[in-house]
Write a protein of this length. Structure first.
Length: 83
């Protein structure tokens, strides 16, 4: 099964990326995921379910440890078309 995760961390800082945002992005960028898109107000990544779920666990832990007061995330199953 493949999954897509979308997430943001708060509080926002429009001047520079907060430590919690950097920590969460580093987790996603280091994970073995594909279709990673890192942006100023939202991030997405896709991959194997095990990899995505492991990355989500790590990003929650690291972002909260780095000062996030809220982490919003959505996980979707990517439908695989079968012939």
């Amino acid at each position: 099964m493949r999954l897509r995760v979308e997430f943001t961390t708060e509080p926002f800082d429009l001047e520079e990326a907060p430590a919690h945002a950097v920590a969460a992005r580093e987790v996603i960028q280091k994970a073995q995921l594909d279709a990673v898109d890192v942006g100023p107000f939202g991030n997405t990544a896709e991959g194997d379910a095990g990899e995505v779920l492991g990355a989500v666990s790590a990003l929650l832990r690291d972002a909260l440890d780095a000062g996030a007061t809220r982490v919003s995330l959505q996980v979707n199953v990517i439908r695989e078309d079968t012939p």
